[in-house]
Design a protein around this ligand. Structure first.
Ligand code: NCD
Length: 385
């Protein structure tokens, strides 16, 4: 039983009596009842009303597992999977970012008493190589007290459709609570989500989406600027092959930023014009007045044709260096999801300049943001039981 049901039923005697005792609409009480959480601003009122019923409540009773409850972030989050940014509405995103912000505090992140995922199992299932994303999830899960295992599966040796289904059946039999999946085929994590009975997180699927990267990027920007709305943000480079760009465009648009895409015509998908962004083929024009520049790697492994003349020429026109960053005409921060190709899309001078580069910060923020995502999905699972 969730703590909100416990309070409403066992202290006040149900939704209608609670509505009368607390002088709140029955629909509001019903919302707390269904979501399992009560926003923090109502706790004091509930504690004093409970006294009338001879019950002594304290704020501890709103944290039944001695953990931070989502209710304290003001919105009942009830999503089970994290497959695409499009699956979330604005309040979902705000809740996730608030939780990520909460875990950015290292003291909270490293608190050994945080057992939000205690007794739960997370399996990392990576059909494509990854260093930072996989380790970031592993660390995030461990800091929340979960058991984690990681499976690396070389995608070249498998017949995708078949193996994915076989893998799904095998993993389901192990009863995991959360599966983190990276796959070279767009839609693979969503397909898997239909076959298993646990939460699935998309850690990058083909050229489709990478929602947790977009969330960590948004949190990094929010931490640097204290806002996202109204910022001018350029995403530059190999947009065509980038799932990071697709998720970022959706999220940054939802949060009110002005998004620009910059790259050579061969690396910009023709449909990009319909994404609610402005598209540029020239760095000088595209970078003007930008607050943030997100650089992307040339994904040579996904290029079947020669889409760039040479790496040297690419750097000349699109590689970010001191000269090109001056086009922004203001103080700008640079980001990159990694792995970086130094001297191809970004110069070391820029990547390593702590005054400009948020690249290391993105890695740190990534762990906190993933803790927030895991926390939210896990609590939502518990509330849906
Ligand atoms: C990105 C990815 O895998 O999509 N990297 C990451 O998650 N850190 C970008 C990339 O591979 O270039």
């Amino acid at each position: 039983m969730t703590y909100s049901k416990n309070i409403i039923d066992n202290i006040f005697g149900g939704i209608r009596p609670a509505s009368r005792a607390l002088d709140k609409a029955a629909t509001t009480i019903q919302g707390w009842y269904d979501s399992g959480t009560i926003p923090q601003k109502h706790w004091a009122g509930i504690i004093s009303a409970a006294k009338v019923f001879n019950h002594s409540l304290s704020s501890e009773d709103f944290f039944p597992q001695q953990t931070t409850k989502l209710g304290s972030f003001g919105y009942p989050f009830n999503k089970i999977h994290c497959l695409s940014i499009g699956d979330f509405n604005r309040p979902d995103i705000e809740t996730l970012l608030s939780l990520g912000e909460h875990y950015l505090d290292l003291n909270i992140q490293k608190n050994p008493n945080n057992r939000v995922l205690k007794g739960k199992t997370l399996i990392n299932l990576f059909f494509e190589n990854s260093t930072r994303t996989e380790k970031s999830f592993e660390l995030a899960a461990k800091r929340l007290g979960a058991d984690t295992i990681s499976m690396q599966i070389a995608s070249s040796s498998i017949k995708k459709g078949e193996t994915l289904m076989d893998t799904a059946a095998t993993l389901n039999a192990m009863n995991p609570d959360i599966l983190v999946v990276r796959h070279s085929a767009s839609g693979a994590p969503a397909l898997l989500a239909q076959k298993v009975s646990c939460s699935v997180i998309n850690a990058g699927d083909g050229m489709h989406e990478h929602p947790t990267q977009a969330l960590l990027d948004a949190l990094t920007i929010k931490s640097a600027f204290k806002k996202i709305s109204g910022l001018r943000i350029a995403i530059c480079g190999d947009i065509l092959h980038s799932r990071v760009a697709r998720s970022n465009v959706k999220l940054l648009n939802m949060l009110g930023a002005e998004v620009r895409l910059i790259g050579p015509k061969t690396l910009l998908p023709p449909e990009a014009k319909t994404w609610g962004v402005s598209v540029f083929n020239n760095m000088k024009e595209g970078l003007e007045d930008c607050d943030i520049v997100i650089m992307l790697r040339l994904q040579l492994e996904r290029m079947s044709d020669a889409l760039i003349p040479s790496k040297r020429e690419y750097f000349h026109f699109y590689g970010l260096d001191k000269e090109k960053i001056a086009y922004t005409k203001k103080k700008t921060f640079v980001m990159h999801p990694g792995p970086m190709n130094r001297g191809v899309e970004i110069s070391s001078e820029i990547a390593d300049d702590e005054q400009i580069s948020l690249i290391k910060k993105q890695v740190e923020t990534g762990v906190a943001m993933r803790m927030g995502i895991l926390h939210a999905l896990s609590e939502s699972q518990d509330n849906n039981k």
